[in-house]
Design a protein around this ligand. Structure first.
Ligand code: NAP
Length: 501
């Protein structure tokens, strides 16, 4: 069921003409445009106030002092003067204002048009209470706090639930994105967005286009099932794009959100487990990634035999009160490999890296009948592979690639982040010379699509596989576990390809 919420795009500019241009440019993707008057040069304020009646779309006017996250140092008198200049005939119907709680008594505005806001950029607002707002002169209240971990946002989310006013709870930062995505479904009248082509005005703001088209925030409701990627850092995850495209295509009332988690224990207890959950959210499943794939096992009620043998979980299904763990990395890894090479029984494989992904690769390769050697930068730390999988664990030195037979491996797998987009993008675990006579090089890294390692492999004449096919194959299996339906593979692939471009 669609909700009644609106997407509000915040715009900033130094001059009135630039602001008007920006308002025009975001009008197509915004239900409401927030005009940040505090970002204007002093001399540009009056010209823009004079233009307000000419703006054809719904607007929200904000004039925020620096200590509340604004762009300017403003005295109390500055703020009163500003608000007095915009009230009256210039505040036509449909115009809303956002002002801070401390100035409420000094202004005589129609409460229906007022959003009373309170910002705390230094904490998750544990000391704040909704009671402070109850008697104030506004129909809507907004509380924005800063969070580092997904559960830090619970306080602000729940604080506004018992309020007698419409409420907009916002947890700023990557870890608070879930509040921006799910707010409208739970009664918030607005969610704030960044312009599609530009910076947001607060940490963690998502673009209006993504809120609308990827997360479908206006179509969600209280019954929407929540899925998400659980990671130490969710900033670069592509899973939300892949899984939301699948939910959209399958017409499911489900959404997939980033869940930046430092500590699994409070997250599972306070947000996920139905019997101890503190938020009104119904989780359907989780995609688990770095650094939680092994630690997640301790929180499961059941574990699938493959995940148990691998010793790592990348998928959790929430089934009633039960959390059931799976590993789809192994199957997702093997599928593209077998498509490329066919039967790999008897082949020699070298896996570089000793993390959660390496575990899935080693397991899958052994299941497919290959002989596996593991190379790690710290072989002593990786010695568990020797005990659990019965394989040799060696250092990264080139000579270790020549397996016991003295031959180069048939398959070389990079299961380290080396070569991932960013400052170390140009690094490779091997050069073309070292890769000569290797049949296939498989890089689990998918961003960029062609890593430095794959370029070196091509120069050496080896076949190559990037991480994209594995990413999609493991995601397809996750979707099928969560929903029991066939996954819309093409939509999942094109959503990821679009994002990587
Ligand atoms: P992880 O648990 O953090 O393990 C990373 C491993 O790489 C660790 O053993 C680490 O060594 C090693 N490593 C890190 N930097 C290295 C370097 N510069 N040189 C040599 N070794 C290095 O990560 P993961 O979950 O296994 O993921 C590994 C990579 O695979 C990531 O890039 C991830 O994005 C990718 N992946 C892709 C897919 C896909 O679907 N395509 C799926 C899963 C993972 P230490 O143990 O010494 O720290």
């Amino acid at each position: 069921m669609p909700n009644n919420g609106k997407i509000c795009v915040s715009v900033t500019a130094q001059s009135a003409s630039e602001m008007l241009e920006k308002i025009r440019s975001v009008a197509a993707s915004a239900d409401v445009v927030e005009i940040r008057f505090d970002s204007l040069e002093e001399a540009e304020i009056k010209p823009l106030v004079d233009q307000l009646p000419s703006i054809a779309i719904p607007i929200l006017i904000t004039f925020r002092p620096r200590e509340q996250g604004g762009y300017r140092d403003l005295t109390f008198a500055d703020r009163v003067k500003f608000w007095e200049s915009v009230v009256g005939e210039k505040l036509g119907p449909g115009v809303m204002v956002d002002h801070e709680i401390d100035i409420d008594f000094a202004l005589q505005l129609d409460p229906e048009s007022v959003i009373l806001s309170m910002h705390d950029f230094n904490s998750s607002g544990e000391s704040m209470s909704a009671d402070a707002f109850m008697e104030l002169n506004a129909a809507t209240i907004k509380i924005a706090v800063a969070v580092d971990d997904v559960t830090d946002a619970i306080h602000v989310w729940n604080m506004l639930r018992g309020s007698n006013k419409a409420a907009i709870p916002i947890a700023m930062g990557e870890a608070g994105k879930w509040t921006r995505i799910l707010g409208l479904a739970h009664g918030a009248p607005l969610t704030y967005a960044a312009p599609d082509e530009g910076q947001g005005t607060a940490p963690g703001q998502i673009s209006a286009g993504d809120l609308c088209d990827v997360f479908r925030v206006k179509e969600l409701d209280r019954d929407t099932r929540i899925f998400g990627v659980v990671a130490g850092d969710t900033t670069y995850s592509l899973s939300p794009f892949m899984h939301n495209a699948a939910f959209k295509e399958a017409r499911l009332n489900s959404v997939f959100v980033p869940l930046q988690v430092a500590d699994l224990d409070p997250f599972i207890r306070r947000m996920v487990r139905p019997d101890t959950c503190e938020v009104e959210l119904t989780f359907g499943g989780l995609s688990v990634t770095n650094p939680h794939k092994q630690a997640m096992i301790a929180y499961l009620d059941e574990i699938d035999p493959t995940a148990s043998a691998i010793g790592a979980v990348n998928t959790v299904k929430v089934d009633g009160n039960k959390l059931i763990g799976y590993n789809t990395d192994a199957g997702g890894f093997l599928e593209p490999l077998q498509r490329e090479l066919g039967d790999v029984t008897g082949a020699n494989a070298v896996v570089v890296g000793a993390g959660g992904a390496a575990r899935a690769c080693v397991y899958a390769l052994q299941q497919a009948g290959t002989n596996v050697t593991l190379l790690a930068r710290d072989p002593a730390k990786a010695s568990t592979f020797k005990d659990e999988f019965g394989i040799s664990v060696l250092g990264l030195e080139t000579e270790n690639w020549k397996l016991e037979t003295g031959r180069k491996p048939d398959i070389l797998v990079n299961a380290t982040p080396t070569g991932t987009r960013g400052p170390n993008q140009d690094e490779s675990i091997a050069t073309a010379d070292e890769l000569r006579n290797v049949k296939l090089v498989y890089d689990l890294v998918y961003n960029p699509l062609e890593t430095r390692l794959l370029q070196e492999a091509k120069r050496a004449g080896a076949k190559t596989l990037g991480g994209l096919d594995m990413l999609i194959a493991q995601g397809v299996k996750q979707f099928e576990i969560w929903t029991g339906r066939e996954a819309p593979v093409n939509e999942m692939r094109s959503a990821i390809e679009k994002r990587l471009q």
